[in-house]
Design a protein around this ligand. Sequence first.
Ligand SMILES: NC(=O)C1=CN([C@@H]2O[C@H](COP(=O)(O)OP(=O)(O)OC[C@H]3O[C@@H](n4cnc5c(N)ncnc54)[C@H](OP(=O)(O)O)[C@@H]3O)[C@@H](O)[C@H]2O)C=CC1
Ligand SMILES: Cc1cn([C@H]2C[C@H](O)[C@@H](COP(=O)(O)OP(=O)(O)O[C@H]3O[C@@H](C)C(=O)[C@@H](O)[C@H]3O)O2)c(=O)[nH]c1=O
Ligand SMILES: [Mg+2]
Length: 282
Amino acid sequence: MILVFGQSGQVATELQRLQPDALFLGRAQADLSDPDACAAAIRAHAPRVVINAAAYTAVDRAEEEDALATTINGDAPAAMARACAALGIPLVHISTDYVFDGSGEVPFAPDHPTEPLGAYGRSKLKGEQGVRAAGGTYAILRTSWVFSAHGNNFVKTMLRLGAERDSLTVVADQIGGPTPARAIGQACLTIAQHLQTAPEASGTYHLSGAPDTSWAGFARAIMAEAGLHCEIADIPTLAYPTPARRPLNSRMDCSSLSVFGLDRPSWREGLEDVLRDLKGNS
Ligand SMILES: NC(=O)C1=CN([C@@H]2O[C@H](COP(=O)(O)OP(=O)(O)OC[C@H]3O[C@@H](n4cnc5c(N)ncnc54)[C@H](OP(=O)(O)O)[C@@H]3O)[C@@H](O)[C@H]2O)C=CC1
Ligand SMILES: Cc1cn([C@H]2C[C@H](O)[C@@H](COP(=O)(O)OP(=O)(O)O[C@H]3O[C@@H](C)C(=O)[C@@H](O)[C@H]3O)O2)c(=O)[nH]c1=O
Ligand SMILES: [Mg+2]
């Protein structure tokens, strides 16, 4: 049995579509603000593999809730990893481009030094360190700019604003890869399968949608694909002040994913799928 932490999130929802017979623990079954309870849940269910798709993802709010974000994103994954190591089962854990400082224009390799700019990135980095330190079989899968038909994400924000407004200003100097949640779910399952027979593949991997673009470029593609007539004007990050600093360079080198036979997904195809999903539901 596959045990998944997360139920209502973007990646967890896609995992439920892909693998309905997995066991999904929502907040009511396992609250990540109680790391010991997460470890106990793993011991109680004795799965063959664990995927952690739950996290504190409110980037700006994390600046004010640093301690809670650190428990959920840092301490809970560490406790999960120790429980998995003790049982000899693999853990697939999802992390983020926000562990990097965003300098330069070269895609970050998985072993590039980390230096988060904000509380969310620091909390996720602590989780990565805890997972590695547990000494078990694991994959840390860093992804970026996740979107889907469910939950809160940039695509849904743009569709809402695009229907209300004739024009929007969007930052054009943050560059990265928008990633369909479904592709992340698929990758988690492939990696989980692989680690059960090849624990030597343990390590840190990158998965982001291709090609790299800016948030403004992504916004224009969303408007065009949805048939919304909303002009997108490029602005610099400086003109869009937020509580948390965000990396300018979120490009990630995903080449080592080939170990699992995986490649960067197309965000355009993912966007078409999501718009189709949303239409079907309305
Ligand atoms: N969203 C993004 O753009 C990116 C996300 N990531 C990472 O990808 C992973 C999946 O993210 P995504 O699917 O977008 O997340 P979402 O923001 O869509 O969902 C987060 C999930 O975590 C759950 N959760 C939050 N706090 C707790 C808690 N205390 N106890 C139990 N569950 C909790 C939420 O449950 P509830 O609904 O009950 O609040 C929700 O199901 C995370 O590790 C995230 O850090 C990486 C890069 C980009
Ligand atoms: C709504 C809006 C946003 N923006 C900017 C703000 C920000 O720089 C960018 C994206 O906005 P978001 O609020 O979606 O960004 P954010 O919540 O920071 O997204 C991040 O979430 C976490 C969980 C991650 O791990 C990251 O990979 C990344 O996806 O767009 C505009 O410029 N104009 C707008 O009208
Ligand atoms: Mg957000």
